[in-house]
Design a binder for this molecule. Structure first.
Ligand code: BES
Ligand code: MN
Ligand code: ZN
Length: 495
């Protein structure tokens, strides 16, 4: 965030100072394009010394030849460019970011003859932007060597089809902005981002043409959302629900709906969590952040789809007024829930949001995202989100979108025997199913609130935050879900 990057595309490259990055390949480690920065042909020697072969994702930082119009030249390898996926090009863009250091002007020289494609060039720009993200607004002293401070850096991609690149990049800029929004929301501490403040951020999407309605506690009481409201009882800060709608599709088309868990902080409530790593629970609104980021992206790229985003915003705190284990609440659906553990609060927020979503919008599909269970991290680590669904086609479409975007999902089972595990002695169901299969029983709980709508639940506890740094993300918050669902919409639901 501290470095502000300005991306542009140009048919020709006028190099005068700054950094030149040449994208080479195994066939031609020093792309011919790079010759323009190396009139006396010294790059080949430098490349030999640096052992740069053009292998994909390899880089070499070489000092510019004396007669070069550039201050510095760096090389990035694309290996066999024909074999690279869109996400590979994004990763290469991320690599380019690491070569910038203190440069203010960067010229990226791509290969020759229309390769890489305009798409690939735009993907590189997207990857570069995503990699550049940094959440440091609360650092009052910045490390000089760290980056460019708050400097503007202009990055010009030289490409024969610059006009095409520009068009394709405009769509990706919308994606980058949605991802950035989601990351910001997750990284923001809970003292700054309570339910009311989060709702206000959602409201800002109106500037893009999204219609945003905010439900207050009073509204939710009227709607009998007792499950959601129960979670909020221990908090001094009132809950909110935001309903975002982007109607970019045909009027008659049923909307696709996205529902997010937005627990701005999860102490566990009366079933309080241990102190170790509790600070991470500021990210327990990762589902709501992904939905908000996605709605931003869809609106900013004017997606031809009708999409609804619903986020349930609460804080889970222990207090004299807090909900207790043993309490029984009546959800908006009418089904009653015995609270066994107040730390299983996400499903209580989601069940009322899911009911509201189906009753009001009758969506074509409904997907919810939630940092729902620690158990999903035990099962899948940080590399796949858990996927649960009542619909094979939707599952397959999500898995495919996961492969394309490398925001991967892995389907886990649902079934009668798991469903039984949440039967309650005193109410229709209980909010936990015991020690075993914790992610599945959480999903079974949600499934009891889904009628005939094709539905999927993504448990993103392991992927929304704290996942290992990658070529396109160095931040604690990943923004997981925005690109996945944007791709799902693009591939399946746009007119
Ligand atoms: N927000 C947590 C899940 C979580 C854990 C997210 C770690 C991200 C990282 C959720 O509300 C929770 O506390 N789940 C409990 C459920 C249990 C009480 C049945 C859990 O996973 O332990
Ligand atoms: Mn919890
Ligand atoms: Zn939680």
């Amino acid at each position: 965030m501290s470095m502000s990057i300005e991306i542009s595309f140009s048919k020709t490259a006028k190099i005068s100072g700054g950094l030149v990055v040449a994208v080479g390949s195994l066939a031609s480690p020093v792309a011919d394009a790079a010759r323009s920065a190396d009139p006396s042909g010294q790059l080949d020697k430098a490349v030999k010394v640096a052992d740069f072969t053009g292998k994909s994702f390899s880089t070499a930082d070489v000092i510019a030849p004396v007669d070069s119009p550039a201050d510095r030249i760096a090389l990035v390898g694309a290996g066999d460019p024909a074999k690279l996926s869109a996400h590979d090009w994004m990763r290469l863009g991320g690599k380019i970011f690491t070569l910038i250091h203190k440069a203010r002007k960067v010229t990226v020289l791509l290969g020759e003859g229309g390769t890489p494609s305009a798409e690939a060039a735009a993907d590189m720009a997207l990857g570069l932007l995503m990699r550049s993200y940094k959440f440091d607004i609360y650092k009052t002293t910045k490390n000089e060597d760290d980056d460019n401070g708050s400097q503007k850096v202009s990055v010009v991609f030289q490409h024969a089809d610059a006009a095409d690149c520009k068009k394709l990049f405009a769509i990706r800029q919308a994606v980058a902005d949605g991802v950035t929004l989601a990351r910001n929301l997750v990284n923001e501490p809970a003292n700054v981002l309570g339910p009311v403040e989060f709702a206000a951020r959602a409201k800002e999407l109106e500037a893009l043409g999204v219609d945003v309605e905010i439900l207050t506690e009073k509204d939710m009481k009227k709607l009998k959302m007792e499950a959601l409201l129960g979670v909020s009882l221990g908090s001094a800060r009132p809950p909110r629900m935001a309903i975002m709608s982007w109607m970019g599709g045909k009027t008659k088309d049923k909307p696709v709906a996205f529902v997010g868990k937005g627990v701005v902080f999860d102490t566990g409530g009366i079933s309080i969590k241990p102190a170790a790593s509790m600070e991470d629970m500021k990210g327990d609104m990762g589902g709501a952040a992904a939905v908000t980021g996605l709605m931003h992206t869809l609106a900013a790229r004017k997606a031809k789809v009708n999409a609804i985003g619903i986020i349930g915003l609460v804080e889970n705190m222990p207090d004299g007024a807090a909900q207790r284990p043993g309490d029984i609440v009546r959800s908006m659906s009418g089904q009653t829930i015995e609270i066994i553990n107040t730390d299983a609060e996400g499903r209580l927020v989601l069940c009322d949001a899911l009911t509201y979503c189906q009753e009001r919008f009758k969506p074509a599909i409904m997907i919810n995202l939630a940092t729902l269970t620690g158990a999903v991290i035990v099962a899948l680590g940080h590399h796949h989100a858990g996927l649960f669904s009542n619909n094979d086609d939707l599952s397959q479409a999500l898995s495919k979108a996961g492969e394309v975007t490398e925001e991967r999902v892995w389907r886990l089972p649902l079934g009668k025997s798991y469903d039984k595990m949440i039967d309650s002695k005193f109410a229709d169901m209980k909010n936990t199913g015991g020690r075993h299969a914790g992610s599945i029983t959480a999903a079974q709980f949600l499934a009891r609130f889904v009628k005939d709508t094709p539905w999927a639940h993504l448990d993103i506890a392991g992927t929304a935050m704290g996942s290992p740094a990658t070529d396109v993300n160095q931040s604690w918050a990943s923004g997981f879900g925005v690109r996945l669902l944007d791709e799902l919409v693009r591939a399946n639901y746009e007119g």
